[in-house]
Ligand binder design. Structure first.
Ligand SMILES: Nc1ncnc2c1ncn2[C@@H]1O[C@H](COP(=O)(O)OP(=O)(O)OP(=O)(O)O)[C@@H](O)[C@H]1O
Ligand SMILES: [Mg+2]
Length: 308
């Protein structure tokens, strides 16, 4: 598979601040890549370098085979962008905005179809300054698609949207991928990244701290899957002794850390055999968000400690 984006040793400094500090990554054509990180991690800076809007201090970048800074004009015809905090002229309607973009790109755009896609049909003739935050984001996505680009940069496209509106945007993103487009996405909604992206990079202080599929990251950095039983404290002691697995009590429940899926059957058998009476059973596993919070938190603690 060819790379839509490839970055090697990317750096951006603002005075003393190393906002992007040696990033290297590849985004395969036709995939969704999610760029995650806490506020100020360097996501928007990176996205804007890739879009040719900011100049890298150092490093090699190729986007659709182009140098985004030196070949910005050529690149801008081939990418669709939703900037973080998308804004537009107040007294312009979504339909006019789409027509305006189409003229800019010298393309024919089907405004009705684009507005339908992002569920904005009933606001087609409303001024931008009367749209809700979510409706503005939806217009941003419609505009990003006007020039039918093979690559989309979506910087927090769903921030502040209600759950229904977010799902509508997810559908448009999935459809873009089905149509063969590559999507570079930043988001603070970890479940969104888990749901949409084949590959994820978590960055902090301008450096990648984890990369892979959501599944790989959870496997590598997450804790073991857990079996959770409701039962008396004695059950925890019994299972700890008989199973040889870590067992603890949490919120009045017995939590068994499994190392193998067969541990489920063993644990239930032992629980039954104990005669100690247990009621509900459920399983728990780390989400990408659990892993993210732990990784970033651990790093921040390290920074605080080493700073003293
Ligand atoms: N033009 C600029 N001049 C100076 N510092 C900047 C500039 N743009 C960004 N920064 C700093 O660079 C760091 C990275 O900012 P960036 O906007 O890339 O973060 P982000 O990961 O997109 O954060 P968020 O999740 O809040 O959008 C921050 O510390 C920010 O204050
Ligand atoms: Mg940002």
């Amino acid at each position: 598979m060819a790379s839509a984006i490839s970055a090697q040793g990317l750096e951006k400094t603002y005075g003393e601040l190393r906002a992007v500090d040696g990033l290297s990554f590849d985004v395969e054509e036709g995939t969704i890549f999610a760029f995650l990180g806490p506020n100020g991690a360097g996501k928007t800076t990176t996205v804007e370098i890739l879009e040719g809007l900011r100049r890298a201090t150092a490093g090699e970048v190729k986007v659709l085979g182009l140098d985004p800074w030196k070949q910005a004009d050529a690149l801008h015809h081939r990418i669709g962008v939703i900037p973080q905090e998308f804004r537009f002229f107040d007294k312009t309607t979504p339909r006019e905005a789409i027509e305006y973009y189409a003229t800019l790109f010298d393309k024919k755009a089907d405004a009705d179809e684009l507005l339908r896609k992002v569920e904005l049909t009933e606001k087609a003739e409303s001024y931008f300054d009367t749209l809700s935050g979510g409706q503005k984001q939806k217009l941003g996505l419609a505009l990003a698609l006007v020039n039918d680009p093979p690559l989309l940069f979506l910087d927090e496209p769903t921030s502040g949207l209600d759950p229904h509106a977010r799902r509508a945007i997810w559908e448009v993103i999935k459809e873009a991928k089905r149509g063969g487009r590559t999507v570079f996405l930043t988001t603070h909604y970890l479940e969104e990244a888990e749901l949409l992206a084949e590959r994820v990079a978590i960055i902090n202080h301008g450096k990648i701290i984890a990369e892979g599929s959501p599944e790989e990251i959870i496997r590598e950095h997450g804790t073991a899957d857990r079996l959770v039983l409701e039962g008396p404290p004695a059950l925890a002691d019994h299972l700890a002794k008989t199973l040889g697995l870590p067992v603890h009590r949490e919120n009045g429940k017995v939590v068994i850390e499994m190392s193998d899926k067969r541990d489920v059957a063993r644990a239930l058998e032992e629980a039954d055999r104990s005669g100690l009476g247990w009621t509900s059973v459920s399983t728990a596993r780390d989400s990408l968000e659990d892993v993210f919070v732990r990784l970033v938190g651990r790093m921040e603690e390290g920074v605080v400690r080493s700073g003293r």
